[in-house]
Ligand binder design. Structure first.
Ligand code: DQA
Length: 136
């Protein structure tokens, strides 16, 4: 299978910011672990801090499934929601932290409704669990 992992705003700082929440591994290290886990599959990784660039990546995706951690955009980006709704490729929303155990604003997602499913709270394994769901 071909998986496209998209990370949104501030996720480039993973391993450097809020280490007690997001851990100490960098995004590059997490992506390497994901690629190793799925070594029989094709994995593409994309990160952007820009909402429109994330929409373009979703629009232009060539993959069997998209695993999307939109970061804070999850909570208010109607543009990303519409981009997901515009494509046929299934998208799984993921979060490394358990967004329901944190500030109230993180419990609200404007993208969940147009995603195939949601996985949160398992650190880097949230990405792996989301992709594994397509192999069951
Ligand atoms: C996050 C949770 C979001 O609320 C936050 O804005 C992030 C990361 C997560 O992976 O837990 O940037 O998506």
């Amino acid at each position: 299978m071909k998986f496209l992992f998209i990370n949104g705003v501030n996720l480039n700082l993973t391993g450097k910011r809020e280490k007690s929440v997001y851990g100490t591994q960098t995004l590059e290290e997490i992506n390497a672990d994901i690629a190793e886990h799925f070594k029989g599959d094709e994995c593409e990784f994309y990160q952007s801090n820009c909402e429109g660039e994330i929409c373009t990546a979703i629009q232009q995706a060539k993959a069997d499934a998209i695993i999307l951690n939109a970061g804070a955009y999850t909570h208010y980006s109607l543009a990303i929601r519409d981009a997901i709704a515009s494509i046929q490729i299934p998208v799984v929303e993921v979060h490394m932290s358990n967004v329901h155990a944190r500030e109230e604003f993180r419990s609200k997602s404007v993208i969940s409704e147009v995603c195939k499913g949601v996985i949160c709270g398992f650190g880097k394994n949230s990405y792996i669990l989301a992709a594994e769901s397509f192999k069951l």
